[in-house]
Design a protein around this ligand. Structure first.
Ligand code: ADP
Ligand code: MG
Length: 496
């Protein structure tokens, strides 16, 4: 164990530090369990569907009853490979399954099949933005393992029950180096990781159902000191709790140290009701688990050809796509990052941008008006009442000067309420800009004639007087004139 800590120690050299808390540096490493989106379990044909009646989806293999043998689910391995490729890891050509032995009521077989010495995914890194600062969190490994069952504490009858449906559900445990330096950075990492696994479709990311659970290892130290002893906050299943739990834990550890006490390595739980972390058990060492290679499973062998096949089938990744959006559509890095928050959002943007030929306008409307409306009603982009095609029709009418930006907002309102034809809305609401130069020229002439004072001032060099005239003309046209056209027309008439 001390050897592991020394390894982490040396890996931390040269890493930037984060904001100090009462003079202490915060060190965080994550272990995340992502439930893989396979239909059946990792070593059996039992279903992984969520929400079934208790104990209806655990089969003899999941419970390791005598005479059964586990058989590797190819889909789980494919998903692990996809993950490794997505974050630039080494995919082990040969990895080993091991038994991790421990007793717990939700683990009736007495051991969990996991990977220990040689995991399938090794190294790699997750990159993300914290504000406008780019961060890189390095991964140690990601390994395949099976989930355990679940204890259900039925307080109303004062008893606990065991539901083994989850036993044997495939998990990818993703382990980082202790590279994070604040709760905010930890949450940003977790969000990025969540985005990656859902983007490539290896995990449904449903945190309430436990499909994506994070354990945060937290320690503090005075800058320049060796790494402090960590405590591991188990099973954080919301980003909000994650931040609260880490912040509480950091304060607690600093208080302990300031009081002259030592931190004991422990596993702790966060209680959202009190906002506190509480020790659950002292931490086991790897040796306590008596790991040994599972004699029922041969080594997992992955050919280079298999990896290449999977690579060829993988969709474009968020970061690659963001870079392409900057190059292809001239977007800023910020906008490109915003638009690649999910695959659904990115495809919405691309459809609207391509159909209208107005990428920048599309980006502004999607990250502005549309995002505001969606957030207001807690809707995802895939639930937007305004489709990408419809938005692109609207953008086209802004771009060809049929309507002004402010009129476009009114059209958007109507689309949001269910109208499906942009031109019909423009017509019905009389929002068309006056692009008829003849009619506009008549109004301009009238306004010039009626405002001799402003005209004289403008001719005398007062630019502001022109704005007053533009305002009058816009008013006379009931807002339908194109402001730019009015400006041009006025200038040419007054220049004469
Ligand atoms: P275990 O095998 O007990 O789970 P590991 O050595 O695999 O422990 O480390 C688990 C996690 O703890 C990793 O994410 C690692 O980055 C993190 N970690 C290790 N040392 C520290 C430390 N001193 N402070 C914070 N996190 C740490
Ligand atoms: Mg671990």
């Amino acid at each position: 164990m001390s050897e592991t800590v020394n390894t982490f120690e040396s890996l931390q050299q040269g890493r930037p530090t984060g904001p100090l808390v009462h003079g202490y540096e915060v060190i965080i490493g994550f272990e995340t369990h992502a439930q893989l989106s396979t239909q059946s379990k990792i070593f059996s044909r039992a279903s992984t569907a969520f929400g079934a009646e208790a104990n209806t989806q655990a089969c003899a293999v999941d419970l390791a009853l005598p005479g059964t043998l586990p058989v590797m689910n190819k889909g789980a391995v494919e998903r692990a490979i996809q993950f490794g490729l997505a974050i630039g890891s080494h995919i082990a050509p040969r990895s080993i399954f091991a038994r991790k032995n421990y007793f717990y009521p939700d683990l009736p077989k007495g051991y969990q099949i996991s990977q220990f010495e040689i995991p399938v995914v090794q190294g790699g890194a997750v990159e993300f933005f914290l504000g406008d600062e780019k961060k890189t969190v390095r991964l140690v490994r990601a390994h395949l393992e099976e989930d355990a069952g679940k204890s259900l504490h039925e307080d109303f009858i004062g008893q606990s029950g065991i539901d083994l449906n989850r036993a044997g559900t495939p998990l990818l445990e993703i382990v980082t180096e202790p590279d994070m330096r604040s709760s905010a950075e930890a949450v940003a990492y977790a969000k990025e990781l969540h985005k990656i696994v859902t983007w490539i479709g290896i995990c449904d990311g449903n945190m309430q159902e436990g499909s994506f659970r994070c354990d945060a290892n937290v320690s503090v130290r005075k800058p320049g000191q060796p790494l402090g002893t960590r405590r591991e906050i188990k099973n954080l299943n919301s980003f909000k709790f994650m931040q609260q739990a880490i912040d509480y834990e950091v304060r607690w550890q600093i208080e302990q140290i300031e009081d002259g006490l030592e931190i004991q390595q422990a596993t702790v739980l966060f209680n959202p009701d009190t906002g506190e972390t509480r020790a659950m058990r002292t931490k086991e060492d790897a040796a306590d688990y008596r790991y040994f290679p599972d004699p029922d499973l041969p080594p997992l062998c992955i050919s280079e050809q298999w990896i290449q096949t999977i690579r060829g089938q993988m969709a474009e990744l968020p970061r690659t796509m963001a870079t392409r959006f900057q190059a292809d559509y001239g977007l800023s890095e910020y906008d490109a990052t915003q638009l690649t928050q999910s695959l659904a959002l990115a495809s919405y943007f691309e459809i609207a941008a391509k159909a209208s030929g107005q990428a920048k306008l599309a980006s502004n409307w999607i990250t502005g008006e549309l995002a505001r409306r969606l957030n207001g009603q807690d809707l995802g982009i895939d639930q937007s009442p305004v489709s990408a095609d419809l938005l692109s029709q609207l953008l086209t009418r802004i771009a060809d000067s049929t309507i002004s930006n402010s009129a476009a907002k009114q059209v958007f309102d109507a689309l949001w309420e269910g109208s499906a034809n942009v031109d019909a809305v423009i017509e019905a609401k009389g929002l068309k800009q006056m692009n008829d130069t003849g009619a506009l020229a008549a109004i301009v002439d009238e306004v010039i004639a009626a405002n001799a004072k402003n005209v004289a001032e403008f001719k005398g060099g007062n630019e502001k007087a022109l704005n007053a005239l533009v305002g009058q003309i816009m008013k006379a046209s009931k807002g339908k004139a194109n402001p730019q056209q009015v400006n041009d027309l006025l200038r040419s008439k007054l220049a004469g």
